[in-house]
Design a protein around this ligand. Structure first.
Ligand code: ADP
Ligand code: MG
Length: 720
């Protein structure tokens, strides 16, 4: 029975390194060579057309048919020169990952290759199998994809990929990108308005994202020998290895050679696709790593992250490795997140979250800084909901995971600045005074967060010139979190703008009006600020006193989308209609339930068909042994004790799995999706998973290593 495991281990022992050559040590020579970006557009389009396209992109406008035709034709010629034979609309359905449907450039009827503007602008994938949360009734189960010109096309393999949004024929959005684009427009509008209080030259504000991607790497053969990894992306069983991450030696250790080869290889592929990967290093847990790109405009950065995950998977295959993006593939070890480093940058080049030496700019910085904190304070539950998935539940809010409480860390220097502003806010400013000096904001030093100040336990941390939303899950699409964050910040900026104007109308001087509103925000949002250890039990108690949300599971976290306040918020900023928000929640509840269902089935199957028979076979050997000892008159109490223990665990497993199946049958009859998801959480996952796992993991320690059917943690994590 343990055959698969030992075959996998044998394969592993025969692995050789796969080497990939850098096309040039000068990365700039091949960076973006497979991207049809602004430069390629400029080079291949007539100047007037190029100008039209770039203007439309910048101003969130529609591109007309003639222009689209020209772009399509130029892109086709460029792509064919790169060896492309097909094109596809590349989109991000709500089920996660990316989707595509390839069409050939070759038109057999006409006998030529062609690519029309209309094909660039719109395509009909067979969308009936993508979930729509009840938006589309089945008879009109159709949608179309529409070109997103703000993210460049690229050649991947032999296909020209066109980033697109996915929309139903009735106009509702069916993907993660469309609402994101709308949220980015909302934050652009709101932030620009606020910026113009300080600087009339600012016409646009662009949100930026740098997504640090954590992941595990395991050998392909070992992966394939673990049905739970294959089916659920995480190990549902597995006893902790003798050595986990307690030595904390992996983080600074050298990168293992096969993984290093893989990293170099996928970086080359990523660079060719214009993905600006920059940093690579080991993470805390054994076999855990991180890759970080240089930040870009949010929509492009997110497309790049999605594409990079795909590239990593394909390249890993060449190296006989598998990449795990799952938020918690291994119990007892750190999970994988996707830290979303985020900031707002003006079209004049000012990072609105970077303190400067200019007093005027600092007031602008403080405006954005404080307003963002206030936004998280007002909408913490929505942010929590934005990162809620079945997989992320194992990483946040679970037994061995940090709590799912949203809070903001800003560091001691910024705490001092805000304290000062709050205290001095009432200072009377006379004509001719230097207001900035009087308020203590004339000079905010460059924020250098030293090691002690880098609070790694905060889900939302200020890191000197950006905020880092760390609660986003490793396998997630950042668009969902980014849609929520940019919308709540847009809303808070709108409120700020209105409050300032109200004071100005009452005769208050503009800068003082700004400071007054900021001071109110600082006071009102104090509870969301937390500088201590976010992983401690003390914080859980303290947060409860502060009435901060600590919603431990997805089905309940998602409720935050359905309050009237949230529904109105998204609708007001034209990000999602009530119907769209509700449909999304429905889809995510359904996805949650299915994930738990799959895990429950995998668990049941592994336990009953692999573990229990193994344990019984081993137990039989022990029984023979015990009888033999008895026949010889030797004390067999220890063996009998082990036999009893094994029996106990087998009973636990069998009873657990049987009862779990019965509960599933009952729960599957619940028609309300929300109630069914909650039931899957409380009455399947919470009720059975731990006890079944515990019994299996105990058996792993009792049963002869030679007989154990599942690849063990120490093998998965330490052998490469
Ligand atoms: P850390 O010390 O947290 O690793 P880094 O400077 O290495 O910080 O940045 C981590 C990520 O944050 C990178 O992807 C980087 O490009 C991104 N980043 C840096 N500045 C900004 C910014 N202003 N806006 C968004 N992301 C940023
Ligand atoms: Mg970081």
């Amino acid at each position: 029975m343990a055959q698969l495991r030992f075959e996998a281990l044998k394969k592993l022992s025969e692995r050789t390194r796969v080497h990939a050559d850098l096309p040039s040590t000068n990365v700039s020579k091949f960076f973006g060579e497979n991207v049809y970006g602004p430069e390629q557009m400029r080079a291949t389009l007539a100047p007037a057309l190029y100008k039209k396209v770039s203007q439309a992109i910048k101003n969130h406008e529609k591109i007309d048919e003639v222009t689209a035709d020209a772009v399509a034709s130029a892109a086709k010629a460029w792509a064919m020169a790169k060896g492309a034979t097909h094109f596809t609309h590349w989109f991000q359905p709500m089920t996660g990952g990316t989707a595509e449907k390839h069409d050939s450039f070759f038109d057999a009827l006409a006998g030529i290759e062609r690519f029309k503007g209309s094909e660039l602008v719109q395509q009909e994938p067979d969308a009936s199998s993508f979930p729509s949360g009840g938006i589309r009734s089945t008879f009109e189960a159709r949608g179309y994809t529409a070109w997103d010109p703000t993210s460049p096309m690229f050649v991947y393999g032999r296909t020209l990929c066109i980033p697109t949004v996915f929309v139903s024929y009735t106009g509702e959005t069916l993907d993660t990108k469309a609402p994101l684009l709308k949220a980015l427009k909302a934050v652009d509008l709101a932030a620009t308005k606020v910026c113009q209080l300080f600087d009339k030259d600012i016409q646009h504000v662009v949100a930026s994202l740098g997504a640090e991607q954590e992941y595990f790497v395991v050998d392909k053969a070992l992966f394939d020998a673990r049905p739970d990894l294959v089916m659920a992306g995480r190990t549902v069983f597995g006893h902790a290895p003798a050595r986990g991450q307690q030595m904390e030696d992996h983080y600074f250790g050298s990168i293992p050679s096969r993984v290093y080869d893989f990293m170099k290889d996928f970086e080359i592929e990523a660079w060719k696709l214009g993905i600006p990967v920059r940093t690579r290093h080991n993470e805390v847990a054994p076999s855990q790593f991180e890759v970080a790109p240089l930040f870009e405009e949010v929509n492009v950065a997110n497309d790049h992250n999605q594409l990079m995950m795909d590239v990593m998977g394909r390249v890993a295959d060449r190296h006989n490795l598998r990449v795990l993006f799952h938020e918690k593939p291994f119990a007892g070890l750190n999970g994988s997140g996707k830290h979303n480093n985020w900031s707002l940058i003006t079209d004049t080049g000012v990072n609105l979250y970077a303190p400067t030496s200019s007093a005027r700019d600092n007031l602008m910085f403080l405006t954005f800084f404080v307003t963002t904190i206030k936004a998280v304070h007002s909408y913490g539950d929505l942010l929590r909901a934005s990162i809620a998935t079945a997989a992320n539940d194992f990483r946040l809010g679970a037994n061995e995971a940090p709590p799912a409480i949203m809070s903001v860390f800003i560091g001691s220097q910024m705490t001092a600045v805000l304290d000062e502003l709050e205290k001095k806010g009432n200072v009377k400013i006379e004509k001719g005074d230097n207001m900035y000096m009087k308020l203590g904001i004339d000079q905010i030093p460059e924020i250098i967060l030293d090691a002690t100040d880098r609070n790694r336990t905060s889900p939302f941390a200020f890191t000197g010139n950006k905020f880092e939303f760390r609660a986003v899950g490793g396998s997630d699409n950042c668009a969902v979190a980014m849609t929520a964050l940019n919308t709540i910040v847009a809303e808070q900026l709108d409120k700020f703008f209105a409050a300032v104007n109200k004071q100005i109308e009452k005769g208050e001087e503009k800068r003082l009006a700004i400071v007054n509103v900021l001071r109110d925000y600082i006071k009102e949002s104090k509870d969301i600020r937390f500088e201590g250890d976010g992983y401690s039990d003390g914080w859980v108690e303290e947060a409860a006193k502060r009435k901060l949300g600590n919603v431990k599971n997805t089905p309940r976290a998602l409720d935050a989308y359905l309050t009237k306040e949230s529904l109105d918020l998204f609708e007001k900023h034209e990000v999602m209609s009530h119907k769209e928000t509700e449909a999304r929640v429905e889809i995510r509840q359904e996805a949650y339930m299915k994930r738990v269902q799959i895990e429950a089935r995998v668990m049941g199957d592994l336990a009953m068909n692999h573990i229990v028979p193994t344990a019984i076979a081993y137990q039989t050997k022990l029984i023979e042994n015990a009888n033999g000892l008895k026949g010889l008159g030797v004390d067999n109490a220890a063996v009998v004790q082990t036999i009893r223990e094994i029996s106990g665990h087998i009973d636990t497993i069998k009873n657990g799995v049987r009862a779990m199946v019965e509960d599933r049958k009952r729960i599957n009859k619940i028609t309300d999706t929300h109630k069914r998801a909650v039931a899957y959480c409380d009455e399947i996952k919470e009720k059975y998973f731990d006890s079944i796992r515990d019994a299996v993991d105990k058996l792993e320690l009792l049963v002869d290593n030679e007989d154990w059917p599942l690849v063990k943690y120490r093998e998965l994590l330490f052998l490469r």
